[in-house]
Design a protein around this ligand. Structure first.
Ligand code: F6R
Length: 241
């Protein structure tokens, strides 16, 4: 495990983007795994800038997002499809056909999840997986208790996750109760994992995830067993303030 600590969120975002850009330059056909959420916004903004100002080329990059809320259409402002379009995809030259993200309103959810898992394999697996961490230690929407063998599937969201995400919706009742998510095994099969965390509110869970026992109670703790893990934190998340 390699841990990088940056002074603040902006520095973390810049450094994270440099690392991702380097991976793309080394392998222009890279398959990236992506996370939504507030932590990755700065990283995506910086990648957009690198495309515009430095010609970072996404023409042959393929992406798979970790998760999506069940029922939310891509034009719903709180859907992860919408967030990815606004924060990254509309800002770079990635072809639409190279973008994969679960489709919220899909009728046959189970079949869709199986298809998602299969298409990841068909594209050769994920080379570099970007991950955020939930306050309860979730990765993707793999909530505490998720099996380490899990693959892409539909899950019920944890009470804490629903509460954490309520700030993005008009009311807590509008927060979807289910999501589709890559499984923990799907994530662990990525050749390299890149975990980002920022802010004091993440410090405790980061410590548990990186230094505590590997347990399904803290899904992110499994990353300790990943052979190629890079963690990037700001000082507050690293408890260095
Ligand atoms: C989102 C995802 C989630 C988030 C996590 C952290 O695609 O997979 O696991 O990464 O909830 O979210 P933020 O960055 O909003 O704190």
């Amino acid at each position: 495990m390699r841990i990088i600590v940056e002074d603040n969120y902006d520095k973390l975002s810049e450094k994270a983007a440099q690392i991702v850009a380097q991976k793309i330059r080394e392998n222009p056909r890279i398959v990236l795994g992506l996370a939504t959420g507030v932590t990755t916004i700065g990283l995506y903004k910086e990648l957009g800038r690198m495309y515009k100002e430095e010609g970072l080329d996404f023409a042959n990059v393929t992406t798979f997002n970790l998760d999506e809320y069940v029922g939310l259409a891509p034009d719903h402002p709180q859907s992860y499809n919408f967030a990815m379009n606004e924060n990254l995809f509309y800002k770079i030259n990635i072809p639409e056909t190279n973008i994969f993200i679960p489709y919220g309103p899909v009728r046959n959810i189970e079949k869709h999840c199986q298809w998602y898992e299969k298409i990841i394999q068909e594209k050769g697996g994920i080379d570099f997986q970007i991950i955020g961490i939930g306050g309860n230690g979730h990765i993707g929407f793999n909530e505490p208790g998720s099996s380490f063998d899990s693959v892409t599937r539909v899950v019920d969201l944890d009470e804490k996750t629903i509460k954490d995400n309520a700030r993005f919706f008009d009311s807590i009742n509008d927060v979807p109760k289910q999501a589709m998510t890559m499984g923990i095994s799907t994530i662990m099969n990525a050749k390299e994992c890149f975990l980002l965390a920022s802010g004091e509110h993440k410090a405790e869970i980061i410590e548990k995830a990186l230094k505590g026992p590997v347990t399904t109670d803290v899904p992110a703790s499994i990353l300790q067993n990943h052979p190629n893990l890079i963690v990037i934190l700001d000082k507050t998340a690293a408890k260095q303030n």
